[in-house]
Design a protein around this ligand. Structure first.
Ligand code: NIG
Ligand code: FE
Length: 388
């Protein structure tokens, strides 16, 4: 059955072949896939019509970085930071203890609640990492549960060194590259490491990424959140698709990312929630790097499920234009996940799109705290509606 989406205020398709904000445009889809896009007065006859009521329409958001399989509560850490404490990788340990002690049902229902919030705010594709289990069985369990929500799952056994390996971190790296990887690879599409102060060195990170790659996983990396240790060079050498965080970046590191066509995934929720300096996105864009924005939803550094809020932060604090930020949250996220079927409204793409209750995408950043996302469609099916 064919469906026409019409009466659109402005259509932001993220297609390179169309105006950035197309006026009086429409598109159609059939069996969940976009079939046509063009001026409304040339629209094909369709079986059904979705009336956007003059609201803006854009691709569903692609959130390429989230840690949703955990238990416990770290709201007090946030409050302490706002009273002057600083963020360190060490806080992850308390979430690990709570996650190991939780039942599958508890982990599943926590993730379900967060995924529901993400859908309501327009995220139609999302990635989920392990990393709060840090034993062979707890990491595998996290990925099994993550798989219930998305095919974009990431094995992050190398999140931090767990307490029981503190005296011999390299033995933990051996475990991650050995039995843990063997148990987790069947449930993962990606391998990731937290390469930063208090987590893993560049040498350890390279070992894990290369082992993951040899097991058939695609490579991504957490780096340069707390300081620059050399993770960018490791990412380039290991063929990473995306490096995430990048709060602290030298010009040389930007050049390495550009040369190697690595996506820069910026996580403004982290700078917000850890009161850190925001990276200037203009430096990345001027270097010719593709930028993605993701929520990094996790209990420690960014307990945020709202992509519109992240867009507002990227615009206000990272100096992106609204158009650049929306592109980063859609087509940029898709590139960060090496996905070619989502993130744009174009023939052949999945019919993942949002209608806003406002005529332009500017409202995503202009009116933070009130989401203009009205209806969320994935594969042509209504996933969420604010009228529910
Ligand atoms: O992406 N930076 C490393 N990992 C997470 C934070 C994890 C935590 O604090 O629980 C992140 O920010
Ligand atoms: Fe993260």
């Amino acid at each position: 059955m064919s469906t026409l989406v019409s009466n659109i205020g402005e259509l932001v398709s993220e297609s390179d072949n169309l105006p950035a904000r197309a006026q009086r445009y429409a598109f159609s889809f059939d069996h969940g896939v976009i079939t046509w896009i063009g001026p409304e007065d040339r629209a094909p006859q369709c079986d059904d019509i979705i009336d956007a009521h003059g609201g803006a329409v854009l691709p569903g958001f692609v959130d390429s970085h989230a840690h949703l399989i955990f238990a416990g509560d770290r709201s007090a850490d946030f409050a302490a930071r706002m009273s002057g404490d600083s963020y360190s990788a060490g806080g992850i340990a308390s979430t690990v203890t709570a996650t190991r002690a939780a039942s599958d049902a508890e982990l599943r229902s926590n993730a379900q609640r967060l995924v529901g919030q993400m859908h309501s705010q327009g995220i139609t594709t999302l990635e989920i990492k392990s990393g709060y289990g840090l034993t062979v069985s707890d990491e595998q369990r996290a990925l099994r549960i993550a798989r219930e929500f998305t095919s974009e799952t990431t094995f992050l056994g190398a999140h931090v060194v767990p307490a029981e390996f503190k005296s011999d971190p390299d033995a933990y790296v051996d475990l991650v590259c050995g039995d843990m990887l063997t148990a987790c690879a069947p449930f993962s599409r990606w391998i990731d490491v937290f390469c930063d102060r208090g987590a893993f060195t560049p040498e350890q990170s390279a070992r894990v990424l290369l082992a993951g790659k040899a097991a058939g996983l695609k490579v991504r990396l957490h780096a340069n959140q707390l300081e620059s240790l050399g993770g960018i060079e490791v990412a380039a050498a290991c063929g990473a698709i995306s490096v995430d965080h990048l709060t602290f970046m030298s010009d040389m590191e930007l050049a390495v990312m550009a040369e190697n066509n690595i996506v820069a995934t910026l996580l403004p929720g982290v700078e917000f929630s850890t009161r850190s300096p925001y990276p200037d996105a203009r430096r990345f864009l001027e270097a010719g790097i593709t930028v993605a924005i993701a929520t990094d939803c996790n209990p420690g550094s960014s307990f945020i499920t709202s992509m519109p809020f992240c867009i507002a932060l990227a615009v206000r604090e990272m100096h992106m234009s609204v158009d650049q930020a929306v592109r980063a949250a859609t087509a940029g996220g898709a590139q960060a996940l090496d996905r070619h079927d989502v993130g744009r409204i174009e023939p052949g793409m999945s019919a993942d799109f949002l209608t806003l209750d406002r005529p332009s995408i500017d409202y995503l950043a202009y009116s933070p705290g009130t989401s203009p996302v009205q209806r969320v469609f994935r594969g042509g099916q209504l996933l969420r509606s604010s009228h529910e």
